[in-house]
Design a protein around this ligand. Structure first.
Ligand SMILES: C[S@@+](CC[C@H](N)C(=O)[O-])C[C@H]1O[C@@H](n2cnc3c(N)ncnc32)[C@H](O)[C@@H]1O
Length: 475
C-alpha cells in the first residue's frame, strides 16, 4: 500500500500535468481546504469545505493567476500528517508578472484520503506578483531589486523569443521529454549556456524539468508548439524579436524626434513591411488571433447580438472574430473589410469555418473607401495604429455606414482613465510610437469622447479579458 507521502506526491504530479481529476482523487469528500486570510482580497482566502468548493476555488485561482504551478521540494511525514515545503511559480493574470513564492503545505490524511490541507505562504509576495502594476508606483519601486529586474526584463523576453526561434517548444511537443544533450543535438546548439537557457525557462514557469529531462508545461504546449496552429502565438514573438526589437532600442530617439524607428525596411508603412513576406504575415495574423482569444470569447458573450443582423469587422485580418461570432450566433451574417492583400488569409479562415455565404470579404482601404453597410461595426486593434485625426475619421465613417440604432464596438488594450495601472496598454502605446507614424493608445474616456463627437450616444466601456476592454456606442 502507498505511504501518505507517495499519495501526496502523486497528487502534486497530477496537478502539474493539469489532470485535476487525478489530483483530487485522493481528497476526502469533506476535505477542509485552507489558504491565508490575506488571500481573501482575491476571493482565495479562508477555509473551503468539500470537493465542489475546492474546485470552485481552483476555477477562481485560474482567473487571478494566468499560470500557477507548485514545485514541491521536500516531503516530511509524521503520523497522519505530511508537510510539504516548496515553491509556487505564478504569473498574475492582470499584471502578466511572473515570480515565485515559498510555501509550506500541511496535509492530514485518514485511511488514505486527504481530510485537511492548509497552504502557508507570505501573501505580500503574492501581492507583488498579482498587483505588480500598482506596486510600480508604491513601495515596490523603492526596492533596488525591483528596479534592476525591470531594467533587465529584456533578458527574459529575449530568452523566450530565442526559445521560439529555436523551435524548442515544438521539438519538445513532438519528442519530449528530452535531456540537455538530446536538445543540443536536435536544436543544433554548441552546448555552452544551454543548461542556463533551459533552466532559466524553467524558473520563468515556461518549461518543466523532471529527473534531468525537459518537457512542455500545458500553457506553452498549447500556445508555442507550431504543430498546433489554432493556438500558436509564437509568430507574434518572432515578429517581436525580428521586427520590433530594433525600433524599441531607439525609443529615446523616438521620444526626442516623434519619429517612428522602423524605417530600416526602406520607409514603407508597417503593414506594407508585414505583408511583403506572406508567410510571416500569416504567422503574425494567427498570433494576433491567438492573443485575442479571450477578448473574442468575451465579445461573443457580452454584446446584444440578438438586436443585430449584420456585423462588419473593419481591419478584420484573417477573420477570426467574425468566424467565431457567426458560429456562436447563427442568425448573423458578417463582412470582413481589409486591404486586398489580406483576402487569401481571410479565405483560409472562412473555408475552415464552413460558414458558406454568411461570411464575405470586402477588399478596401478605409482611407479611400466608405465602410461596409452593417448594423454593428467592430474595430479590433485598429484605432491605436493611427493618429487622432484618423481615429476620428474612422469613427465618423462608422457612423455614416450604420443605420439608426446600429452599434460601433472598438476593442483593444485600453489605458485606464487614471493612466497609472494598465502597464501593458501604456507600453503598447509606446510601441505605436516606435512602429507607426502617429499611432497611440488611449483611455476609455478618450474614446467615448471621440464617439460622442461622431454622434454616437450611450457610449460605455466594458472590460473583456486581460488588459483589453471594449468601448460601445449607439447611433
Ligand atoms: C493590428 S491589425 C488588427 C487585426 C484584427 N482586427 C485583430 O484584432 O487581430 C490591423 C488591421 O488593419 C488592417 N488595415 C491597415 N490599414 C488598412 C486600410 N488602409 N484599410 C483597411 N484595413 C487596413 C490591417 O491589414 C490589419 O488587418
Amino acid at each position: 500500500m502507498s505511504t501518505n507521502t507517495e499519495l501526496i506526491r502523486a497528487s502534486y504530479a497530477a496537478f502539474r500535468r493539469g489532470d485535476i481529476d487525478a489530483a483530487t482523487a485522493l481528497f476526502d469528500p469533506g476535505i477542509e481546504w485552507t489558504h491565508p486570510d490575506g488571500m481573501e482580497d482575491y476571493g482565495l482566502g479562508g477555509t473551503k469545505k468539500g470537493i465542489d468548493e475546492v474546485r470552485a476555488f481552483m476555477a477562481r485561482a485560474r482567473t487571478v493567476f494566468s499560470e500557477l504551478r507548485q514545485e514541491p521540494r521536500e516531503f516530511l511525514e509524521s503520523g497522519d500528517r505530511v508537510v510539504v515545503i516548496g515553491v509556487h511559480h505564478m504569473r498574475g493574470a492582470r499584471s502578466g508578472v511572473t515570480g515565485t513564492v515559498r510555501f509550506v503545505h500541511t496535509w492530514r490524511l485518514a485511511d488514505g484520503r486527504a481530510t485537511h490541507f492548509e497552504d502557508h505562504h507570505d501573501t505580500y509576495d503574492v501581492r507583488r506578483i498579482v498587483d505588480a502594476g500598482d506596486a510600480a508606483h508604491g513601495d515596490g519601486a523603492d526596492s533596488p531589486g525591483r528596479i534592476v529586474q525591470t531594467g533587465l526584463a529584456f533578458w527574459q523576453a529575449k530568452t523566450l523569443h530565442t526559445a521560439v526561434e529555436l523551435r524548442l517548444f515544438t521539438e519538445l511537443a513532438a519528442a519530449g521529454p528530452l535531456d540537455a544533450g538530446q536538445l543540443r543535438t536536435r536544436l543544433g546548439l554548441h552546448g555552452r549556456g544551454l543548461r542556463d537557457f533551459l533552466d532559466g525557462l524553467v524558473s520563468m514557469g515556461l518549461l518543466e524539468r523532471e529527473d534531468g529531462r525537459y518537457h512542455n508545461l500545458p500553457g506553452p504546449d498549447a500556445f508555442l508548439d507550431e504543430a498546433k496552429p489554432d493556438g500558436f502565438i509564437g509568430g507574434l514573438l518572432e515578429v517581436a524579436s525580428q521586427q520590433w526589437w530594433q525600433p524599441w532600442s531607439r525609443l529615446g530617439e523616438a521620444l526626442r524626434t516623434g519619429e517612428r524607428q522602423n524605417n530600416v525596411h526602406g520607409g514603407e508603412d508597417p503593414f506594407t513591411a508585414l505583408y511583403s513576406d506572406p508567410e510571416r504575415a500569416r504567422r503574425f495574423q494567427r498570433a494576433m488571433t491567438g492573443g485575442s482569444t479571450g477578448s473574442i470569447a468575451a465579445l461573443i458573450d457580452r454584446l446584444p447580438w440578438s438586436e443585430h443582423r449584420t456585423v462588419a469587422d473593419v481591419g478584420c485580418s484573417e477573420g477570426a472574430l467574425l468566424s467565431r461570432v457567426l458560429r456562436a450566433h447563427e442568425h448573423l451574417t458578417g463582412i470582413g473589410f481589409d486591404l486586398p492583400v489580406v483576402e487569401p488569409l481571410f479565405g483560409e479562415t472562412v473555408a475552415e469555418a464552413g460558414l458558406g455565404d454568411r461570411l464575405s470579404f470586402q477588399a478596401g482601404d478605409f482611407f479611400a473607401d466608405p465602410l461596409p453597410q452593417a448594423d454593428l461595426i467592430v474595430f479590433g486593434h485598429v484605432l491605436h495604429d493611427w493618429d487622432l485625426e484618423t481615429k476620428r475619421m474612422l469613427l465618423r465613417k462608422a457612423y455614416e455606414a450604420l443605420p439608426d440604432g446600429g452599434r460601433v464596438v472598438v476593442y483593444e488594450a485600453l489605458i485606464d482613465d487614471g493612466r497609472r495601472h494598465n502597464t501593458f496598454a501604456l507600453m503598447m502605446s509606446l510601441h505605436m510610437l516606435v512602429e507607426s507614424s502617429g499611432g497611440f493608445d488611449y483611455t476609455g474616456a478618450d474614446c467615448r469622447g471621440w464617439m460622442a463627437e461622431a454622434g454616437f450616444r450611450n457610449c460605455y466601456v466594458q472590460h473583456l479579458a486581460g488588459p483589453e476592454s471594449m468601448i460601445v456606442g449607439i447611433k
